[in-house]
Design a protein around this ligand. Structure first.
Ligand SMILES: *Cc1c(COP(=O)(O)O)cnc(C)c1O
Length: 567
């Protein structure tokens, strides 16, 4: 059994957890955040255990054909190469059948040696039916029924697996997004059993609420998981002493977000602005905000690590000390940044033959390819771009990001950027890299000169890639949404695109944002880079000192500990 104490433990539930770049059990921001959360917990000695699904066939492997159209291939990985099979089994009832589950363990070891285990639930057991064996195969694959079966395994199976691993004294159940909300059903059943009750009473509800914490990540109602009540009843209705439609559903739907909201004593959004948006969306609920962070030791590139080790010893254990970045000599941070830029451009040139060069300002844009992120905003007006380049200096841009297989507009977006490459190449070099993952994310956020972000407000709950860039001394040029509202100081930590306050559904906002983006590039960003290098480097240092020191998971976890876990 595990060497650490199983007393007062935090059970952290997430549909995806990115424990390592090449273990494809994550698709994007949510999973990377979950990975950074467990890494920070391990560093800080927080008694936490992670629960997720195995995703034996991963998210997917992205291929772009010569027209830029994305196709997907299963991303097979050898589970036993990375994870340790544990000697514990449990089961859940799905559609009246018993589905058996086992678990695999990954141990995250913190800077001081503390270990945080992450358990990956697996239904691929020979005693299950063929169809049930595939339930833990694909992350965000399949139809609604498949998803609800997965969420049953994660929520109900997760609690039961923890019990069979002898985690009895769990202080808090933390639901990272609503995918794991069904855990409240299992906790309710446990509470009733302990009191020998056939129906839940207010005391049972209160007992569940006192143990649960919920973090919401989605600023639009359509983004919240919901299922027809009849489907839910068919999948999880069996063997309960009560009708789940009465207890969990409202009207004809089982909404996972409302389930988590109703059964949690602490709820938070992932940036201050996202907290406000969530309070409006979930009227009548108390929603706090804890702004996301990234794990400094994971996201700082090796050359920058050496630099920090020299000038800011102890920065890994005390991320706040990164404020000392202001004392790093300017030429030195510049030279070290050029090393990471070189590594990135080598890779880009080898993969795409785009002949990017070291002296041209390089913009980076990598995130899920989906319409609201507006990856193509920069390319909206090629004539204007041509004019900017002529007047203020050359630009090159590196893109990456996968579209969800069912997101047709997202795929169109990739294709559009891909196809614009050749038309623009005489005055602006563009590359689109395949298979965005954590390793590529690290290389890009540290190797470009400016990190670009153009979401349509208020749709970016937080965003974390700009935080990775800041830690590496790379300033952001970004729309004021998510974390950037808090991280932005104009001309000090980067630059804003568009206004701070805007009307919802404002007409021609794309056009206005593109206009603002062009203006900032022409009048602020390129002049600083090409004509006032000193000022540019000062912005780099302030990115580390003001933002790297704050937007990290060490500060984030301290807030979870104080607000959500041990009180
Ligand atoms: C950091 C990261 C993300 C999340 O970045 P956003 O800014 O929230 O889009 C997504 N995918 C990968 C691979 C990452 O490393």
């Amino acid at each position: 059994m595990d060497s650490f104490s199983k007393e007062r433990i935090i059970a952290y539930f997430s549909m995806e957890i990115g424990v390592k770049s090449d273990i494809p059990t994550y698709s994007g921001g949510l999973g990377v955040l979950a990975g950074d959360t467990v890494r920070a917990a391990a560093d800080m000695g927080i008694p936490l255990v992670g629960i997720t699904l195995l995703h034996r066939k991963g998210y997917f492997h992205q291929k772009l054909d010569p027209t830029g159209w994305q196709t997907e291939q299963p991303e097979r990985w050898d589970v036993a190469d990375y994870l340790e099979k544990v000697n514990a089994e449990t089961s859940v009832v799905i559609e009246g059948r018993t589905v058996y589950l086992r678990a695999w363990r990954f141990e995250v070891v913190g800077a001081g040696g503390h270990k945080v285990p992450v358990y990956f639930l697996d239904s691929d057991l020979s005693k299950n039916s063929e169809a049930d064996r595939s339930l833990t195969d694909y992350l965000y694959g399949g139809d609604q029924r498949y998803r609800l079966c997965q969420e049953t395994i994660l929520g109900i199976g997760g609690v039961k697996m923890l019990r069979s691993l002898s985690y009895r004294n769990i202080q808090r159940f933390h639901m990272n997004e609503g995918h794991s909300s069904l855990l409240v059903l299992e906790l309710l059943t446990e509470s009733m059993k302990a009191k020998n009750r056939k129906k839940p009473t207010p005391e049972d509800f209160e007992s569940v609420r006192s143990k649960c914490v919920f973090t919401t990540h989605t600023p639009v109602p359509a983004g919240h998981d919901q299922f027809p009540a009849a489907m839910a009843d068919g999948i999880i209705g069996d063997h309960r002493g009560f009708d789940i439609r009465d207890v969990l559903c409202s009207g004809d739907v089982l909404n996972m977000t409302y389930l988590a909201l109703n059964f949690s004593h602490y709820v938070n959004g992932v940036a201050k602005k996202h907290g406000e948006v969530s309070r409006q969306m979930f009227f009548g609920y108390e929603v706090d905000a804890i702004t996301n962070g990234v794990h400094a030791g994971t996201w700082v590139s090796d050359p920058i690590k050496d630099l920090f080790d020299h000038y800011i010893p102890g920065w890994r254990e005390d991320n706040l000390s990164l404020r000392g970045a202001l004392s790093i000599p300017k030429w030195e941070i510049w030279e070290v940044h050029r090393k990471t830029k070189h590594a990135l451009l080598d890779l880009v040139n080898a993969k795409t033959g785009s002949e990017m060069d070291m002296d041209t300002i390089t913009l980076g844009f990598a995130r899920r390819a989906t319409a609201y992120k507006r990856a193509d905003l920069l390319l909206r007006d090629p004539d204007r771009l041509r004019h900017i380049v002529k007047k203020a200096g050359p630009i090159q841009v590196i893109f990456a990001g996968k579209a969800h297989p069912a997101d047709h507009p997202g795929k169109e977006l990739i294709k559009r950027i891909y196809q614009m490459q050749s038309g623009l190449k005489d005055f602006i070099k563009i590359a689109y890299l395949e298979d965005y993952d954590m390793a590529l994310g690290k290389l890009m956020t540290s190797g470009v000169d400016v990190w670009l972000n153009t979401p349509e407000p208020p749709l970016e709950a937080s965003g974390t890639s700009g935080m990775k860039a800041a830690l590496n001394g790379v300033p952001s040029l970004s729309v004021l949404d998510g974390w950037w509202v808090e991280g932005w100081i104009e001309g000090v930590t980067g630059w804003a695109i568009g206004p701070e306050d805007r009307e919802a559904g404002e007409a021609d906002s794309h056009k206005k944002d593109a206009e603002s983006l062009y203006e900032k590039l022409e009048q602020k960003v390129l002049p600083a880079f090409y004509k006032n290098r000193d000022q540019f480097i000062d912005i780099m240092r302030h990115s580390v000192a003001l933002n790297g020191s704050f937007f990290n998971t060490q500060r984030m976890m301290q807030q979870y500990v104080l607000k959500a876990y041990f009180f």
